[in-house]
Design a protein around this ligand. Structure first.
Ligand code: PRX
Length: 632
C-alpha cells in the first residue's frame, strides 16, 4: 500500500477517483478483519449517511498490537521521553504494550465499563495515556480524550454531553517547570457530572489528591487485581471508536464521532504514505494525544503500521530550547512531525540551541495544524533538515480523521507554505460564496470535498442535525471544511486559513463565540466581540473588544479578572492576548456585529475599513480606533 513513485501516485489517484470502492477495498486488505465487508461504501451527503466497509467486523487494537506480536513483539512501539531530561526514558515493546493494554482493559471491565460506554480520559503525555485509549478500544468503549489544558467547566460540559460513565486521570502533569493538578481539576468538574460512576487515577507527579470513597480508585492498585488476558471485543466497522470535541463557530464545542473500520484504514494508510515510514525507523510526533493529531499519528496510525514512536511528555523549550534537538539526537529520530507555532518559537532563539546537535538521523519533516509561513518553512528545511529532508505540510482536521492534502515524502514535490496535492481518495474542490465550483488553476475559494473518504466524521455526538448543518448544508452535496484555499498555476493547494469564526491559536482550535461567552460570564461585562489577529509565534492571537465593564478596582486588575474568568470557563489556552475596553461595538441596524471592521482594527490596518455607512452608529468605529492606539 506504500506509494513509491510519482507515477504510482498519479495512477493510484486516478484509480481512487474512477473506482473508489475497488481502491479502498484493496487498501483495506492490508489490515486484519475478523469478518470481511459486503459493501465498501454507501453514502449520501444530504442526511449525511456514510458507511465504509459495511458488515465487516474487527477490533482496531488487534491491528495495532496483536498482529505485530509474532514477528515484531520485541520491537519498540513507544519510547517515552519524560518532561525532565534527567529522568530515564522508558521503552515499551509491542509485547509489553499489548500486555499493559489487556491488563488495563480488564481494569475497565472490573470498574463496570462495557462496549458502547463513553469514557473520558484527562491525562498527561505518559504511556498510560496511550494504554488507556487502547484499552477502551479493546473492550469497545468509546473514548473521549480531553486535552490537559481545558478547565473543569469545559471537562464537565464534555462529560455531560456524551454521558461518560468513567473518567481516567492522573494526580497531576508536568509541563516544563510547572505542575498541573489534573485530579483537582477533575474533582471540580465531577461535582456537576451525575453520570460518572468511577474515576481511575494514575500516580504520576505524587502530589496529594483527594480520593472519594466509592468513586475514586488508584490505577496501580487496580492492575494488581486483574490478569493480562483480554480477548478483544468484536466491533462492527461502523461502531463508534471515539468522540473528540472540537470548536466551531457556535459557543458549544461539538463531539466529532469517528468509527472503527474506516478510521483505522485511513489513519494507517496515510501514516505509511505521507511519512514514507520504513520499518525500524524512529518517528516523533510532538502533538498531544488530546488533539486529533495525537489520536491518528501517535496512537492509531503508527501502531497499526508496527512503527516505533517517541512519546514526549514535555514542551519544546524546557529545560532549554534545545530540547527537541536533544531528543532527536538521543533517540536517532528519523521523522519529526510538529507544528508551525513550535517551529516559529524555536526559530526565535537563533542558531545557538542547535550548536553541536547531531540531527543527521532526520529523513522526513512534517508540519501540521496551521498554515506554515515561508520563513518558518525555510528555517525548518535548512536548519533541521539540512536541505535533505522533505517537509510534508499536512492539511487536515479533527473531522477528516487523517491527512487529506499533503506531499508524500520522497514521492511527490514539496513547495514552501503549500500543502500541495490531495492524497489518493481525496477529491477537493473550490467553490465561491454561492457554491459554484471554481475550476482551473490560479484561483481561490472555499475548500470543500466532494466525495467521501474512510476517515471522515460520521456524526456529531447526540446531535446529527448539527453535523448536517455545520458541514453538509452550506453547499449542496459537499463537505465544507471551513477553510479558504488557493490553487496555484500548478494545481497545488495552499490553505489560507479559516473563513468562519474559528481561531487557530498556536495550532489550538478555538471558536470566537466560545471566548465571547466566557468573557461575558465575568461579572460586570455586558457584551464583547473576539477576533483573531496575526501573531508572530502563535500564528493567530486573540483580540477581545469588551464594552466598558463595571469595574471593581482599576482597569488592569479588571482585565486580569477577565482573563481569570476565561481560564476558569475554557482553559488558559483561550486567554485573550489583548483586551480593549470600548464604549460600543460596530453593529449593523439589525444588531449584527461587523467583525470585518474589528479584524482590521486588531490587525492595525485602520486606513481602509471599507463601507461603514450601514452601521447603526458609525462614530463608534472612530472611538474604537482611538482607544486601540493606546493599547500595546
Ligand atoms: O484551518 C485548518 C488548520 O487547522 C484546522 C483544523 O484544526 P483541528 O481540527 O484542530 O486539526 C488540527 C490538526 C489536523 C483546519 O481547518 N490546519 C490544519 N493543518 C493545516 C491547517 N492550515 C494550514 N495548513 C495546514 N497544514
Amino acid at each position: 500500500m506504500q506509494i513509491t513513485s510519482f507515477k504510482q501516485y498519479e495512477e493510484d489517484f486516478k484509480k481512487s477517483v474512477d473506482n473508489p470502492e475497488q481502491f479502498w477495498g484493496e487498501v483495506a486488505q492490508n489490515f486484519q478483519w475478523r469478518k470481511p465487508w459486503f459493501k465498501v461504501l454507501s453514502w449520501n451527503f444530504n442526511e449525511p449517511n456514510i458507511k465504509w466497509f459495511e458488515g465487516a467486523k474487527l477490533n482496531i487494537t488487534e491491528n495495532c498490537l496483536d498482529r505485530h506480536l509474532e514477528k515484531n513483539g520485541d520491537k519498540p512501539a513507544i519510547i517515552w521521553e519524560p518532561n525532565n531530561p534527567e529522568e530515564e526514558s522508558v521503552t515499551y515493546t509491542y509485547k509489553m504494550l499489548h500486555e499493559r493494554v489487556c491488563r488495563f482493559a480488564n481494569v475497565l471491565k472490573r470498574n463496570g465499563a462495557k462496549k458502547g460506554d463513553r469514557i473520558c480520559i484527562y491525562m498527561p503525555m505518559v504511556p498510560e495515556l496511550a494504554i488507556a485509549v487502547l484499552a477502551c478500544a479493546r473492550i469497545g468503549a468509546v473514548h473521549s480524550v480531553i486535552f490537559g489544558g481545558f478547565s473543569a467547566k469545559s471537562i464537565a460540559d464534555r462529560i455531560n454531553d456524551s454521558q461518560c460513565k468513567l473518567v481516567i486521570t492522573a494526580d497531576g502533569a508536568y509541563r516544563g517547570n510547572k505542575q498541573i493538578p489534573l485530579k483537582d481539576v477533575i474533582d471540580d468538574a465531577l461535582i456537576g457530572c451525575p453520570t460518572v460512576e468511577k474515576c481511575i487515577v494514575l500516580t504520576h507527579v505524587r502530589t496529594p489528591v483527594s480520593m472519594l470513597k466509592g468513586r475514586d480508585v488508584w490505577w496501580e492498585d487496580e492492575v494488581k487485581h486483574v490478569n493480562d488476558i483480554c480477548e478483544a471485543e468484536e466491533m462492527d466497522a461502523e461502531d463508534m471508536l471515539f468522540i473528540l470535541y472540537t470548536s466551531g463557530s457556535t459557543g458549544k464545542p461539538k463531539g466529532v464521532v469517528h468509527t472503527c473500520g474506516g478510521y483505522m484504514v485511513y489513519a494507517g494508510y496515510t501514516f505509511s504514505n505521507v511519512f514514507n515510514y520504513q520499518p525500524g525507523e524512529v518517528y516523533f510526533c510532538t502533538a498531544d494525544i488530546g488533539w486529533i493529531t495525537g489520536h491518528s499519528y501517535i496512537v492509531y496510525g503508527p501502531l497499526s503500521q508496527g512503527a516505533t514512536s517517541v512519546l514526549f511528555e514535555g514542551i519544546p523549550t524546557y529545560p532549554s530550547p534545545s530540547r527537541f534537538w536533544d531528543i532527536v539526537e538521543k533517540h536517532k529520530v528519523n521523522t519529526l512531525y510538529t507544528a508551525p507555532t513550535a517551529i516559529r518559537s524555536l526559530m526565535s532563539f537563533g542558531d545557538e540551541p542547535l550548536n553541536g546537535k547531531d540531527l543527521s538521523s532526520i529523513r522526513v519533516l512534517g508540519s501540521v495544524g496551521e498554515p506554515i509561513n515561508e520563513e518558518a518553512w525555510h528555517w525548518f528545511d535548512e536548519k533541521i533538515g539540512h536541505g535533505k529532508a522533505p517537509i510534508v505540510d499536512t492539511w487536515w482536521q479533527t473531522e477528516t480523521g487523517g491527512i487529506m492534502i499533503s506531499p508524500i515524502a520522497t514521492v511527490t514535490p514539496t513547495k514552501p507554505s503549500y500543502a500541495t496535492l490531495p492524497l489518493p481518495g481525496i477529491q477537493p474542490i473550490l467553490v465561491d460564496e454561492n457554491g459554484k465550483e471554481i475550476e482551473g488553476n490560479g484561483v481561490s475559494g472555499n475548500l470543500c470535498i466532494k466525495f467521501p473518504w474512510p476517515g471522515m466524521l460520521r456524526t456529531t455526538y447526540g446531535d446529527h442535525e448539527r453535523c448536517k448543518q455545520t458541514y453538509f448544508s452550506t453547499y449542496e452535496n459537499l463537505y465544507f471544511t471551513g477553510d479558504g484555499c488557493l490553487r496555484d498555476e500548478d494545481g497545488y493547494y495552499r490553505i489560507t486559513g479559516r473563513v468562519d469564526d474559528v481561531l487557530n491559536v498556536s495550532g489550538h482550535r478555538i471558536g470566537t463565540a466560545e471566548v465571547e461567552n466566557a468573557i461575558n460570564m465575568h461579572a460586570g461585562v455586558v457584551e464583547s466581540a473576539v477576533v483573531g489577529y496575526p501573531h508572530d509565534v502563535k500564528g493567530q492571537g486573540i483580540y477581545a473588544f469588551v464594552i466598558n465593564p463595571e469595574m471593581h478596582g482599576e482597569e488592569e486588575l479588571t482585565k486580569k479578572d477577565i482573563l481569570q474568568t476565561v481560564t476558569r470557563v475554557i482553559g488558559a489556552i483561550a486567554k485573550p492576548d489583548k483586551i480593549l475596553f470600548v464604549a460600543g461595538l460596530p453593529k449593523t441596524r439589525s444588531g449584527k456585529i461587523m467583525r470585518r471592521i474589528l479584524r482590521k482594527i486588531a490587525e492595525g490596518d485602520t486606513a481602509n475599513l471599507g463601507d461603514t455607512s450601514t452601521l447603526l452608529d458609525p462614530a463608534v468605529v472612530d472611538q474604537i480606533i482611538e482607544a486601540s492606539k493606546a493599547l500595546k
